[in-house]
Write a protein that binds this ligand. Structure first.
Ligand code: MTE
Length: 327
């Protein structure tokens, strides 16, 4: 992994790489066999480059798999507390269902909808451990009853400079955190995704995926524990049956398909930071002034369009969360 950004063809690139060049470069690297070695090389363009859907396996019918109505309907009360002005148009459900980052399945965001179709998300349980009173396995149903579901429209900003606007369904993560009853000396919480070797076949990384938050971040009302989107249960490719949605942070902090939660007394390691600590720091709040090594973070492309819009500090949510970082 340390050799990741030392390739000579990267050094010659400017920090702002035009999106149109990503695919060519991706193919170039694949031809060189570099993708298989470094893995994370793909992460820098994992969002938004090959616009064509890829049905990489038999049995992937777009009109069936990308139809949001195939998922069970959920009832949720709208919570508009965090609506940002001016409102952005919602990303279409088919765009949100067909363009995903879920590296366990593949590094190609346009193939996840197909590769994840047999990922089993029912029944589901979450293991809780560490510095908290609750210990052991808890079924999803018991977790879902902790607070009534709300619909919240959030902007999502991928570190690779694409964005979407999605009506998520879930409740504030803090209800779950309080139920777990962390001990007084707990400072952080770590989340680990499920790993199912029969469907998650990307061998370029060591799974499972893991992420973490400070407890004060996790207790912020904006942090959502999501179970649905667009009025329906989450699709496998979007992180069914339980994921985080942290709209002020880069998308990789919003871990999908959560299988375990652990309370800790120190900052945990995180999946991407363990691969590159400078590029993917623990906090990873959206920050347009801090460029990625290969592109600017000043603007973002809205998924399903060619429009680019300015990126805002904390993805626009600063009025609610900036105080968390004032120290
Ligand atoms: N969670 C897991 N387990 N594996 C992943 O690869 N990718 C992250 C995040 N959560 C990822 C994950 C990244 S980089 C992004 S941008 C979002 O999921 C994408 O969410 P979406 O596919 O619902 O748009």
């Amino acid at each position: 992994m340390p050799k990741l950004f030392s390739e000579p063809w990267y050094r010659s690139n400017s920090r702002v790489t035009p999106e149109s060049s990503f695919r060519t470069r991706r193919e170039f690297l694949r031809d060189l066999g570099v993708l298989g070695i470094t893995g994370l090389v793909a992460a820098q363009w994992g969002c938004g480059h090959s616009e064509k859907l890829i049905a990489v396996e038999e049995g992937c019918n777009e009109s069936d798999l990308l139809d949001i109505t195939r998922f069970d309907a959920l009832n949720a009360t709208q919570n508009q507390t965090y609506a940002l002005a001016p409102a952005r148009a919602l990303t279409s459900s088919s765009d949100a269902l067909s363009h995903n980052n879920f590296y366990e399945f593949s590094e190609d965001p346009k193939s996840i909808w197909c590769l994840s179709r047999n990922f089993q998300t029912k029944p589901w349980s979450v293991n809780i451990s560490g510095a908290c009173e609750k210990q052991g396995d808890f079924n999803l149903e018991s977790i879902l009853t902790l607070s009534p579901p709300e619909e919240r429209v959030y902007r999502h900003r991928c570190v690779e400079a694409w964005a979407m606007t999605v009506p998520w369904i879930g409740y504030s993560l803090r209800h779950f955190i309080d139920w777990c009853a962390p001990t007084n000396d707990a400072t952080h919480v770590r989340f680990v995704s499920a790993f199912d070797a029969s469907t998650m076949k990307n061998v370029n990384f060591i799974w499972p995926y893991y992420e973490g938050l400070r407890l004060d971040e996790a207790r912020h009302d904006l942090a959502l524990l999501a179970t649905g989107m667009y009025g329906r249960e989450l699709s496998p490719q979007n992180g069914a049956p339980l994921r985080l949605v942290l709209p002020w942070k880069y998308g990789y902090k919003s871990i999908k398909s959560i299988a375990s939660v652990e309370f800790l007394k120190a900052e945990p390691s995180t999946f991407w930071r363990d691969i590159d600590q400078n590029e993917y720091p623990f906090l990873s709040n959206v920050d347009p002034t801090r460029p990625h090594t290969f592109w600017s973070q000043e603007t973002e492309r809205l998924l399903g369009t060619t429009d680019r819009v300015p990126t805002l500090p904390y993805n626009g949510y600063g009025e609610w969360v900036a105080y968390l970082y004032s120290g």
